[in-house]
Design a protein around this ligand. Structure first.
Ligand SMILES: [Zn+2]
Length: 258
């Protein structure tokens, strides 16, 4: 069995730091292997609220150092390792998270089994899960999106970035495409908007597109009309993630309806 639980769907500063939506990251489970992606503010609390035990985690992934993606990483490292008594877990993160102005505290690193610096094209396998970071994004700090696959599913997650054409070949060939869509309209910041999501979904043609990491203005205007527009212009089943949403990654028939 493989599933993905959204422990948060907030993207912009206002939604995250007022906690109008949660910002705990994504919890992936596949046949007993557990990976937490981007543990932002409140991640530990959101894990527990969703009855997910951090001690069961095998790995944590940081896509980049911005606090809405990394604020709870040290808390989660201590939660996995019982405060360092039982070193456990692997951390995969860009060098930027460990080196200059690190978000991963140095004393905490001994509590992990391994900490790994990822870069463009880096691949790693944990039990039956294949993880790849195909492309460095344009986002100000060192940032990578993720492709995750097993025999049962293929998932691409396009995290924070400005739109550029190389995103499409880097993330194609997936059943489920997750996009961090912060804005409704184009803005002079390195984040994706609705039109960018349409280009990406049209280019990649997944079975299911899931939008998340919403900014305040998009959330305030209401996300659903934009989801309808994306679905109409791509023909791909598209949903907006909600806090606590759990996706069954193996149920392809559910993805293909409509
Ligand atoms: Zn960011």
């Amino acid at each position: 069995m493989s599933s993905l639980c959204f422990l948060g769907t907030a993207g912009g500063r206002v939604l995250v730091f007022r906690q109008l939506r949660a910002s705990g990251g994504l919890w992936l489970e596949s046949n007993g292997t557990n990976i937490l992606i981007d543990p932002g503010p409140g991640s530990l609390i959101r894990c527990l609220e969703n009855k997910l035990d951090p001690q069961k985690l095998d790995a944590i992934i940081l896509t980049h150092k911005h606090l809405d993606h990394s604020a709870d990483v040290n808390v989660i490292i201590e939660a996995i390792s019982e405060g360092g008594l039982k070193p456990k877990g692997i951390l995969l993160a860009p060098a930027d998270c460990y080196d200059n102005d690190p978000v991963v505290l140095k004393y905490n690193r001994a509590y992990l089994e391994k900490f790994i610096r990822i870069d463009q094209g880096f691949k790693y396998q944990i039990n039956d899960i294949n993880i790849e970071f195909p492309l460095r994004h344009e986002h100000g700090v060192e940032t990578y999106g993720i492709k995750i696959s097993t025999d049962q599913f293929k998932l691409s997650h396009i995290v924070d970035t400005k739109y550029f054409n190389e995103l499409i070949p880097a993330y194609n060939d997936c059943d489920i495409l997750i996009i961090n869509m912060v804005f409704s309209d184009p803005m002079p910041y390195p984040h994706l908007c609705v039109d960018d999501a349409i280009k990406l979904i049209n280019g990649i043609q997944p079975a299911l597109a899931v939008l998340t990491h919403f900014g305040y203005r998009l959330w305030e205007k209401g996300i659903e009309p934009y989801i309808d527009k994306i679905q109409q212009q791509t023909g791909v089943k598209t949903i907006a993630a909600t806090d606590g949403l759990k996706l069954d990654l193996e149920n392809k028939s559910e993805m293909n309806f409509g």
